[in-house]
Design a protein around this ligand. Structure first.
Ligand code: NCD
Length: 317
């Protein structure tokens, strides 16, 4: 496995939050925080990536993550290339590495990769030139590090610290890279309690979520929580025959107003999107003042700016 750090322990690629030291994690959160400006004012901008080129390679569908990386790169002054990879050469049989080498020959500095296959970002890290960085924008069910960062940034801005925090993540945990990256970051930050709520068919292997409490009852999971994060059923990662019925899922696991009332009165509700209203979350809960879903999106741009600026500083000082 390629290291995501250079010889001095500085971040050079971002593949996973697992094993990212607390100091590095907090530095990224602080930098992202410094990029947040009040809504209705101009977004933060600088020239940290002026003259650089960022290539977005999304081999899986994405709306917000792709737009977010693109805006983040532009706000740092970079040229951005977002390839529609379903129609690109990979579909014509060119290997992934040939696509990377072709773009690298066009002097791309940062590759942002989303792929359904495990290990792809790491594989690309092993093969890019020494001056090129790779950022994981979603890897199978395993890692989604910038999502994990924006999620903990959102929690930190609302609650300040993690030691006393009760965080509940509910939904399809088994297939969720969002849950895994949140678990990595929250573990590093010393979260008070992490509860994972899923029906038995969508529950993860407990060994993958060390330190978390696995539950199959949403009421128990939500009780007195500070943060409730809902996740969609990842239908694309399971056989059709295993797909739960949406109405059954809502009845048994959906975050309804009644269930949310069991959490702390000022609990925040999060969702990475895309959201299925009245499946994992009631539409009225998604639109309620407790929901911080739009803020998560705003924080996502700031986090991606922080990550890109940080890896460029590692590579070019
Ligand atoms: C998530 C993803 O792609 O993993 N979405 C996102 O990045 N905002 C969650 C999902 O697809 O359900």
């Amino acid at each position: 496995m390629a290291s995501q750090f250079d010889a001095h322990g500085r971040l050079r690629h971002l593949v996973t939050l697992q094993g990212l030291p607390r100091e590095r994690l907090v530095e990224l959160l602080d930098l992202a925080d410094s990029f947040l400006t009040p809504m209705g004012t101009f977004p933060a901008r600088n020239r940290a990536l002026a003259g650089r080129t960022v290539a977005n390679l999304f081999f899986e569908p994405s709306t917000r993550t792709r737009a977010s990386f693109e805006l983040a790169a532009r706000r740092l002054g970079a040229d951005v290339l977002s390839l529609d990879v379903s129609t690109s050469s990979r579909a014509k049989g060119e290997t992934l590495l040939d696509t990377i080498y072709t773009l690298q020959a066009m002097q791309v500095d940062i590759f942002v990769i989303r792929d359904a296959q495990s290990g792809v970002p790491d594989f690309i890290c092993e093969h890019v030139a020494p001056h090129v960085a790779v950022l994981n924008a979603g890897e199978s069910h395993l890692n989604h590090p910038t999502q994990g960062l924006l999620d903990v940034l959102t929690m930190r801005r609302h609650r300040g610290s993690f030691g006393d925090l009760v965080v509940t993540i509910a939904g399809d945990i088994q297939h969720s890279r969002v849950a895994r990256s949140a678990h990595h970051a929250l573990t590093t930050l010393g979260v008070g309690e992490l509860r994972l709520v899923a029906p038995p068919a969508l529950a993860p292997d407990p060994a993958e979520f060390h330190g978390a409490t696995l539950l199959d009852n949403i009421e128990t999971g939500v009780r007195d929580a500070d943060v409730v994060m809902c996740l969609r059923i990842q239908r694309e990662r399971m056989e059709v025959s295993r797909n739960p019925d949406p109405q059954d899922f809502y009845r048994e696991f959906g975050l309804t107003p009644e269930r949310l009332a069991l959490a702390k009165p000022d609990a925040i509700v999060m969702h990475p999107g895309p959201m299925n209203r009245d499946v994992e979350i009631a539409g009225s809960v998604a639109d309620s003042p407790q929901a911080v879903i739009a803020e998560q999106v705003t924080h996502g741009v700031a986090v991606r700016m922080a990550v890109m600026q940080t890896v460029m500083e590692t590579l070019h000082g």
